[in-house]
Each structure stands twice: as structure tokens, then as C-alpha cells.
Design a protein around this ligand. Sequence first.
Ligand code: ADQ
Length: 456
Amino acid sequence: MSRLVVVSNRVALPRETRAGGLASALEAALQERGGLWFGWSGNLADAGEPAIHTQQAGQVEYALLDLTRQEYDRYYLGFSNRTLWPLLHFRPTLLGYRRADRDGYLRVNRLFAHHLSQRLQPDDLVWVHDYHLIPLAAELRRIGVDARMGFFLHIPVPPPALLSMLPQHEALLGTLAEYDLVGVQGTHDRNALLDYFRDFLGATTGADGNVTMPSGRRFRIAAFPIGIDTGKVARLAERSIEHATTLRLAQSLAGRRLAIGVDRLDYSKGLPQRFEAFAHFLSQHPGWRSRISFLQIAPPSRGEVPEYRELRTQLERTAGATNGRYAEPDWVPIRYLNRSFNQATLAGYYRLADIGLVTPLRDGMNLVAKEYIASQAAADPGVLILSRFAGAAEELPEAVLVNPLDVDDIADAIETALTMPLAERRERWQAMFDTVSSNDIAHWRSSFVEALEHPA
Ligand code: ADQ
């Protein structure tokens, strides 16, 4: 069996607390086959020969590279997070583009390729993750690496017309052809990328996802919807009902209903609309005031990017205004928390919540939707309100689906969820639970690795 080499912007070291389901799945795959996990260390260093930090755990080596401040600014903050992130989330008006950022992005990909190539062995299977590293295979091929290489994009793919707004898009997106397999989250993403290769790069595409470039180079684009460690989340949720943190939240509700949202503080997650929809629900249904609380957990992310700071200010204003307007001495409608919680605590909170509010404007998948389902009690499950534009909606049509831009639609969905009969809640939940159980994270990574290693 070939060794597996995982490459991603950030690396989750063993026993690291921020490691979530994805990190443990990749670690499991690496331990099973032996391998290497390569990426940025998260540290900034002075210019010069960059330091590589290595660590061994069982059969797995971790190799982490420092970046300079300028590399971080251009590759990570600039091109990855101010150019590619908004573009791929269908938000060209939020896009910032600088040639210097694009050049910095290419330079870091070249740097990764240089250091990685020195650690590769013949027969290695290379699995590259996400939009930070699109041209990595091309850079590796340029220096003679001919290993099988796969790429997985965790975020959405917009239609070709939107992709083509990126300056020099052909040069960047064309490098995807240097992988043997390009995985995306859903069939919409797959179809959009196939259309792009056909319309803009002159490729011939087949219904099976096979792509032939004008040069004759062939590769494949396919959907691999990512999952969670469903069994583990379900066990954590069941155990957490007894935990002090969960009990504290339950007591504070004093019998009121609870809606929960858990998202990184990101403009793709639809938080302003969600806050507004909850306020609208309270204004339309005075009878529910004082009878339901909305808990939004949103740890800040990418605070160095201006659009994220603006979003934070906007949400503070909206939450404050709604609470000022509707709160009672013993009840606050929106409980808004800018912090992280461990998986067990989150699972307990999900289980307590009557409604999971997952309303991103666009999302590659959205694992919170799946975690919410995995955490429910079979006998009395809550209701998932899910954006049609989250990748998860393709797999979970039994959720109450909403258009996240339509605050009336979300407000109506909250009412539907609060009044949904138990039998219907159970029926919808069972169907979704079956899906997240069979399409779990282990299934995701083994199907990707299998497709990369043994092409049909
Ligand atoms: P994200 O945009 O980060 O991921 P998501 O899929 O929801 O979005 O995953 C977030 C993860 O972080 C979840 O496991 C969640 O539990 C955890 N999390 C969020 N807030 C937290 C908090 N306050 N405390 C602790 N944990 C918290 C990207 C893409 C998604 C895609 C995933 C995986 O944007 O579309 O589903 O990658 O491919």
C-alpha cells in the first residue's frame, strides 16, 4: 500500500485541541498507511531559509514550514482570503485583488513544492487540501514529481461566468489539471467546474467527470461530500446531557425553547440575515416573546481581513438593537457569544436545542448541520433549518430548507419548527440521521483515497 502524504495550509498536530473531525479522519488515514502531513506551521519567521519543524507520531511524520510576514500577508490574508474566498463564495463585490498577492500565493506554493519534494518517496499518494494550494501539483510536476496527486476543495465552486472574473483565471484554475483527481463537495460544484473546463479551457468533459485537456492531459472531477464522525458526536451528545455546562444552559432557559447557531464569524454564514430573521419572527409572533432564546456561538476568524472586522461590528449592533427592543428583565432574545467550545460542550448544546439554525449564504458543506442532526435524541429530536445554498442541503432534503436571504422565509421556518408535530420531527430526523451515519467522515476519506489510488 502506498504511503499517504497530506498537504494543507494548517496542520493539526496530534493531541491538539483545535483538531476536529476532519483532522482526526486524516490522522486515522495517515496512521493506517503511514505517511506525512505537510503544511504551514502557523508561525511567522524572518526572511531567509525557512525553518522546517518536524515531529513523529507512530507511523506519521509532521513537517511544518514557517512563513515570513510578507508571505503570510500576500498568500494567506491577501490572495487566499481576500480574493479566492469571496470569489468562490459567489461574492465578487467583496473581492480584493492585488497582483502582488497573487505572486506571493504562487511563491508560497512553489516554496511548499520545493520543501515537500525533498520528503516525497516514489509511490507516495499525495492528497492536497483546499483553495490555498490550487497550483501545488503544477509546481510539483514542474520539478519532476510524478506521484499520483489528488486535490479536495472544501468550499463551493461558482458558475464559470463568476470564476472568469478572477484576473488570469485560466492560468490558475488550469493548474488543477495537473492533479489526477479533483474532489469537490457536491454535484453543483462538480458540474460548475466541468462547465468551466469546457467553456474556458477548451477541455472535453464526460458524464463520468473525466476531463481531457487540449494538451491531451487527462484527469477527473468528482463529488465527495464530506461527513462528520457521526458515532462519536452522537455519543458525546448523549453523555453531555449530564455535564455541568449543559445543565447550566438548560437551567438558564427555565423551560423556554432554544434555537442554536454555531459558525465561524464569517460573511459566508449569513449571520446578519439570521439575526434579522429572528428579530422579525419576534415582531410577527408576539406570543413567542419570552418563550424562545436564540444562542449564537461565533468565534472570530480572520480578524486581520477588514471585511471580517466590519461584519463583527454589524452583528454587535444588530444583536444589541434586538435585545434592547425585546428583552425582559428575565429574558434576552439573542445570546451572542464570540468564543469557542470543545466538541463535547457543543454536542450537549445542540442536543438541548429545539432548532438548529444553519443559514449560510453559501457553504461548501457545513458540518454544523450534520453535527446538529447527530446530536439529537431519537425520541424527541429537534428541527434543522437549513440554507438551500449549503452543500449539506443536497444530502439533507428532509431539513426545513430556506433561502437565507429571505428573512420572512427564515422567520416562517422558525414558526414551522416550533409547531412541528413530534411524528414529523422524528420522521425527518431519522432520514437525516441515516444519511449522516452512512456518509460519515471515514466513508468520505476512504472513498477519496480509493478513487485516487485505483481510478475506475
Ligand atoms: P467551515 O467554514 O469552518 O469549514 P463548517 O463546515 O461548519 O465550516 O465546520 C466548522 C467546524 O468548526 C464544525 O466542526 C464546528 O463544530 C466547529 N466550530 C464552529 N464554531 C465553533 C465554536 N464556537 N467552538 C468550537 N467549534 C466550532 C470549511 C467549509 C465548509 C466545509 C468544511 C469541511 O467552509 O463548507 O463543510 O470546511 O469541508
